[in-house]
Design a protein around this ligand. Structure first.
Ligand code: FE2
Ligand code: FE2
Length: 276
């Protein structure tokens, strides 16, 4: 099965007339099925889609990688284009999520109520487990954290009974597609670790080889040591294409570019790839 991937929203752009916005949204076309992973922060996806030849009315499913607004904030506007659609996510997507900037805690959770989105046609499938969309396409459920060097960003919190507690980001999930040449893994922010995610993808599918990885890696605040260990571990998955986005950060992107050479690219709004 051939898979076509178009990035509809990202912090930067690589196509004429397309808007950049902090966040991420990636459309996956596998056979006749179209799955939209995340919806960007606000207006970028509905703006960019027609300019990239994408009709949002043809989207079959939406997957939300986690509850942060830079992945869910475009959902209301996207729903006005898709109409009735299944939205697959984790129940913690509704948690009151915050980021600490110095002394200030800023709300960064989903900016809509469930009722508001359902009234626009969203039909939520909320699961802690993997959800198989077809025999070849699966979203991870909760991603086990098994590596020593991958930790969740300590500035991310949830507000529970007026207390700020560290966010375990159990809602962090990836989209995995089985192809003839190996797995394609689409990351949202990769909050629970890119290597943890790839191990989980292998386990879920029984496929050893990971052909393509694209999306956010959340290496933006990672130590040089973590990036070095991540790069070395990525090598072991046989990756042929690594397209980092969004929360990767320039130092980590540069290290990965050096490590992966021609296999590396920056996956920004307007990037199109086909596998195989
Ligand atoms: Fe993000
Ligand atoms: Fe995030």
């Amino acid at each position: 099965m051939q898979v076509r991937i178009i990035t509809l929203s990202e912090n930067t752009v690589g196509a004429f007339g397309v808007l950049a916005e902090w966040g991420l949204s990636i459309l996956v076309e596998a056979g006749s099925l179209k799955v939209l992973m995340d919806t960007g922060l606000s207006i970028s996806v509905p703006h960019n889609a027609p300019r990239l030849g994408v009709d949002l009315a043809t989207v079959d499913k939406i997957v939300l990688s986690h509850g942060h607004a830079d992945h869910t904030g475009g959902l209301r506007d996207v729903l006005t284009k898709t109409g009735k659609v299944e939205v697959i996510a984790h129940p913690d997507m509704w948690a009151a999520k915050y980021m600490r900037f110095g002394e200030v805690d800023v709300y960064i959770g989903i900016p809509f109520s469930r009722e508001e989105l359902e009234a626009l046609g969203a039909s939520f499938t909320l699961s802690r487990e993997p959800v198989w969309i077809t025999d070849d396409i699966v979203t991870t459920g909760e991603i086990p954290m098994i590596t020593q060097y991958e930790q969740i960003d300590p500035n991310l919190y949830v507000k529970v009974d007026e207390e700020f507690v560290p966010d375990p980001l159990l809602d962090d999930r990836a989209l995995i597609i089985k192809t003839d040449v190996g797995l394609v893994v689409i990351l949202g922010c990769g909050h629970r670790g890119i290597i943890n995610t790839l191990h989980h993808a292998r386990e879920l599918t029984g496929v050893e080889l990971v052909h393509t990885v694209i999306g956010g890696t959340h290496l933006v605040s990672a130590s040089e040591e973590r990036v070095r260990l991540t790069a070395a571990a990525l090598r072991e998955f046989g990756i042929q294409r690594l397209g980092v986005s969004h929360c990767t950060g320039m130092p980590a992107a540069m290290m990965l570019a050096q490590e992966f050479g021609d296999a590396f690219f920056f996956n920004n709004a307007g990037t199109r790839i086909t596998v195989p």
